[in-house]
Design a protein around this ligand. Structure first.
Ligand code: KIV
Length: 297
């Protein structure tokens, strides 16, 4: 984006709805559905106005189901800690945890682009630390890594992307900073808006190929999406991003509570509960196994 366009937008924020209109019309090229998603398809999808789909997965049982269902990109998020490991936040997740989950997803899929989160404490120290951690995730099958933060990450993003590691940025509410942000709260309102846009542009300039925007007002996400050449993926950031991501267990209704921005596309938690309870009953009453399920001799 040219400086002129940027400063014009900053002077006239109230016109964001025109931006949104032009975004839905802008399809300057046809998008050919790739057999295997690679990093260049992200920008191509944005240019063609084709929304990008992303779900989290951490294992070899859900990942191929999501691949079959047509998901473009799988995020091996550090939400792994909350969803699968019983942690209350993403902070305790280790690089070894992420290596194991990423390897499982990579072994069980071929088409989606696999993005692995760099966990807290494995990249913030220096660009070299970020490179060494990211390289470990790439070695087990990630196609890109995601890290949280803006300007402070520019040197790392630049080193990684110039070393053959595609980088996904993450701005807005960044769960690894929940202690400084004071919990999961909307980010980018009022005076924070310009800082968020500035950080987004800085990540793009450093070489990021994609940007996740979490818990930002929809108009801010729209403005950032318009300002960037790279695509944005929203979670709790409204409909005007280049694509959407949800944590799979929220999307599938695995738990009792879901955040407001999540739509439960199924009620798998109660389905699974019923299946397990029918199984227990069948074992206790002796109706399972019946003669269909074993060999007498
Ligand atoms: O770890 C994760 O699942 C994420 C998403 C919430 C974007 O980072």
């Amino acid at each position: 984006m040219s400086d002129r366009k940027y400063s014009r937008m900053m002077c006239d924020k109230t016109k964001f709805h025109h931006i949104i209109e032009s975004m839905s019309e802008s399809s300057d090229s046809e998008f050919v559905e790739p057999r295997v998603w690679r990093v260049q398809h992200l920008a191509q999808a944005k240019r063609a106005g084709r929304k990008i789909t992303m779900l989290t997965s951490y294992d070899a049982i859900t990942a191929p189901i999501f691949e079959d269902a047509g998901v473009d990109t799988i995020l091996v998020g550090d939400s792994y800690g909350n969803v699968c490991l019983g942690h209350k936040s993403t902070l305790p997740v280790t690089l070894e945890d992420m290596e194991r989950a990423t390897a499982a997803v990579a072994r069980s899929t071929t088409r989606p682009l696999i993005i692995a989160d760099l966990p807290f404490g494995t990249y913030e120290g220096s660009p070299t630390q970020a490179f060494e951690s990211a390289a470990r995730l790439m070695k087990v099958g990630a196609n890109a890594v995601k890290l949280e933060g803006g300007e402070a990450r520019v040197a790392s993003v630049s080193l990684l992307s110039s070393s053959g590691i595609p980088v996904v940025g993450h701005l807005g509410f960044t769960p690894q900073s929940e202690n400084t942000l004071g919990g999961p709260r909307i980010q980018g309102r009022g005076s924070e808006r310009e800082r968020l846009l500035h950080n987004a542009l800085a990540l793009q300039e450093a070489g990021a190929c994609l940007l996740v925007l979490e818990l930002t007002p929809a108009d801010v996400a729209a403005e950032i999406t318009e300002a960037l050449d790279i695509p944005t993926i929203g979670i709790g950031a409204g409909p005007h991003t280049s694509g959407q991501v949800l944590v799979w267990s929220d999307m599938a209704g695995m738990t009792d509570w879901t955040p407001r921005f999540v739509r439960r596309f199924a009620e798998l938690g109660s389905e699974l509960h019923n299946a397990a309870s029918d199984y227990c009953e069948a074992v206790k009453t002796g109706s399972f196994p019946d003669s269909n399920h074993y060999h007498a001799k």
